[in-house]
Design a protein around this ligand. Structure first.
Ligand code: T4K
Length: 391
């Protein structure tokens, strides 16, 4: 392992990369092969591959239990789950969302000809700012979608108060928030429903997958119909629908993951803590904190650069990538600067100063099984050299 002490040691300046293999944000956790194979054996024996199979049902039951919520409706992925939830709630017109989120939150609305209206975030939390939400209300607003970014809960009470005052629906994109809580209560029961993602890169994965959590039985039943073309029994379609079903093989990976949630959280937390202690000492860098009073999955190590750091965020990214440390600029440049929203709302940025600022200053660090103290130390060394030799 090379040691990085001066600018000449950096791969951007011609030295060999610190790591031969790429280190990723969101490296999937696949669990022990034997555990997965056991589920696969069952799939072969039953020859039942999809359409509400027994593994999907078991997964739904256990995920609902884990989040202390009555219904979990598993879906193909988080995006389809968002689309089905949005449609089941019969949202229309305009829906207020943060721009500082993965593009799926906005696309799930636009795909259904609903206008996403971007509200600014609180720079301290990266979450929707209730005051900004109020500023974006119009007579066409039908709902608010809060995003529990980085597994930290959106301001649920404040958003619910706005929704109640104005007769709006409230739902949450909880793609990052598997196993997280708000005021001590597990995510899943807030708003009309909350949408999880089980994508490969998430704390909890089922290869691809997602689910809607809700305590509303009518909504849950409606979404079950909608994810299966609207079929109620054989030959009887009673509702518009699509194909949003999760397959048995995906549920199998999910069930394996479910047995390792605590272990995974423990590893994530260790990684997070070592990044925090290594980077926090460097002026101009801070690692986004998680509230110890809440349950969190510590999946994301989010580093913010401020004006005291002499190199630009993108110069740091380039230097890290050259070392095969694939940090990411999530969620730069913000949905409002991506298509079609950039063309639809060319001036949206003027109303989103905090989003623009945070999106330009954040780096999310590689984590997961491949990241140990050596990796964290190397990341810190790269930052230290860049602090002394601004790029
Ligand atoms: N809402 C929010 C707030 C979300 O963050 C997401 C998804 C959604 C909704 C929608 O849920 P899904 O429909 O995806 O279930 C990735 C994920 O694809 C996406 O699921 C996730 N958010 C987003 C934050 O990250 P990309 O475009 O960054 O993916 P990609 O391919 O660049 O992979 C990310 C890193 O993970 C890379 O460094 C490579 C590594 N990786 C990836 C895969 C797929 C692996 O090491 N192994 C793998 O199998 O979006």
């Amino acid at each position: 392992m090379k040691s990085i002490k001066s600018a000449g040691d950096l791969a951007i300046n011609g030295a060999p990369p610190a790591f031969p293999e790429m280190l990723h944000v969101g490296r999937p956790w696949v669990g022990p092969r034997e555990a997965f194979d056991k589920y696969v054996d069952g799939i072969y024996e039953r020859n039942w591959l999809t359409n509400d199979g027994p593994l999907v049902q078991e997964l739904e039951r256990r995920v609902a239990e884990h989040h202390c919520v009555e219904h979990c409706v598993a879906m193909t992925n988080g995006t389809i789950a968002l689309e089905i939830a949005i449609r089941a709630l019969e949202l229309g017109g305009e829906v207020i969302v943060p721009s500082y989120t993965f593009i799926a939150t906005a696309h799930a609305l636009h795909w259904q000809e609903i206008t996403p209206v971007f509200a600014d975030i609180d720079p301290a939390t990266h979450l929707l700012d209730p005051a900004a939400v109020r500023r974006m209300l119009t007579p066409r607003t039908s709902a608010i979608i809060g995003v529990h970014l980085w597994g930290r809960a959106a301001p649920v009470d404040e958003l619910q108060a706005i929704a109640d005052e104005h007769g709006l629906h409230l739902m949450f994109d909880a793609a990052h928030a598997f196993g997280c809580s708000y005021k001590g209560q597990m995510i899943g029961s807030f708003g009309a429903c909350e949408v999880l993602s089980f994508h490969a890169t998430k704390y909890f994965n089922s290869f691809e997958g997602g689910a809607v959590l809700t305590n509303d039985v009518v909504l849950a039943d409606k979404m079950r119909l909608m994810r299966n073309f609207g079929f109620s029994g054989m030959d009887n379609v009673i509702h518009p629908g699509t194909n949003g079903k999760m397959s048995e093989i995906c549920a199998a990976m999910g069930l394996v993951n479910l047995d390792y949630l605590e272990e995974r959280k423990r590893v994530n937390r260790l990684t997070y803590e070592s990044y925090r202690s290594a980077l926090q000492r460097i002026p101009g860098l801070s690692v986004l904190e998680y509230n110890d009073a809440e349950s969190n999955n510590y999946q994301y190590v989010v580093v913010e650069l401020d004006a005291r750091f002499p190199s630009s965020r993108d110069a740091c990214l380039e230097a890290l990538h050259a070392e095969n440390i694939r940090a990411r600029r999530y969620f730069w440049p913000g949905c409002h600067r991506m298509q079609p929203y950039r063309s639809l709302f060319p001036h949206a940025g003027l109303l989103l100063p905090e989003t623009e600022d945070i999106a330009a200053r954040v780096l999310v660090m590689p984590a997961g099984g491949m990241v140990d103290e050596t990796v964290v130390e190397t990341v810190a060394a790269v930052f230290r050299v860049l602090a002394e030799n601004p790029a």
